[in-house]
Design a protein around this ligand. Structure first.
Ligand SMILES: C[S@@+](CC[C@H](N)C(=O)[O-])C[C@H]1O[C@@H](n2cnc3c(N)ncnc32)[C@H](O)[C@@H]1O
Length: 229
């Protein structure tokens, strides 16, 4: 009997290690989109506290350059895919002179509930929607900008999500996504891209002027323009 227990120890350690990798590093990404949403439903109440540090630079690194890129559009329409608790919509809506509208979508009801609570004073600028990033309900060429921060590596088919983002973006529109980088990406095969890979994928989707910039410890920001061809 004891030998059976001893033989099971390496298997149990392996299982514990795999669970740790799946939940903490890959955020259940390989269990499917619903499982990821389930995890974020559980984390919604503490998400902003965990992210508070990185949020400090968001205005300078994300919102200001996006507002500048859209400065020629009087009332830009922006889609924020995997909006979570409304980080990007709130940032954009608080930009001085911003007269556009942001639609934030997410699969997690609880993340959206947090976003709704934080954006309730801004009904003209921000709408929220529960929807899967892989099957967007919007028509072609709808948005002046499409953004997706810290979402791509969680999608079961990130390239399908990118195709959808390209589809709903108008010709000349701006794409802003994050791409996870760093040693942990080895644990996220097929969900993150080397710089050359993301450039190739986006060019294949008719994007030009692809720019990759370091953003945070774990992410690059990728900016691109849709040629609409
Ligand atoms: C790390 S959070 C990022 C939230 C926000 N963009 C930010 O930067 O704070 C990832 C979000 O992606 C959402 N998500 C994951 N898979 C999704 C999918 N297939 N469709 C829509 N949202 C998804 C999760 O529910 C979660 O809110």
């Amino acid at each position: 009997m004891y030998w059976l227990l001893i033989a099971a120890v390496p298997t149990l350690i392996l299982l514990a290690l795999m669970s740790w990798l799946l939940v903490l590093v890959a955020e259940e990404a390989y269990l499917g989109d619903r499982a990821v949403a389930f995890l974020y439903d559980r984390a919604a109440g503490v998400y902003d506290t965990v992210k508070a540090r990185s949020a400090r630079h968001d205005s300078r690194r994300v919102a200001l350059p996006l507002a500048r890129a859209l400065s020629g559009v009087p009332r830009p329409l922006i889609l924020d895919v995997a909006t979570g608790t409304g980080r990007l919509p709130l940032l954009m809506a608080s930009q001085r002179g911003f007269a556009g509208r942001i639609i934030g979508l997410d699969l997690s009801a609880n993340m959206l509930a947090e976003a709704r609570r934080k954006t309730e004073g801004l009904p003209d600028a921000i709408s929220l929607l529960r929807e899967d990033a892989l099957t967007l309900s919007f028509g072609d060429n709808t948005f002046d900008a499409v953004t997706c921060l810290e979402g791509l590596e969680l999608f079961s088919r990130p390239e399908a999500a990118l195709r959808e983002m390209a589809r709903v973006l108008r010709s000349g529109g701006v794409l802003l996504i994050s791409n996870r980088v760093g040693p942990e990406t080895i644990l996220l095969p097929g969900r993150t891209y080397r710089e050359g890979q993301i450039r190739t994928i986006l060019r294949g989707l008719s994007f030009t002027s692809v720019q990759v910039k370091r953003w945070q410890q774990h992410y690059d920001l990728v900016w691109a323009t849709n040629t609409g061809e």
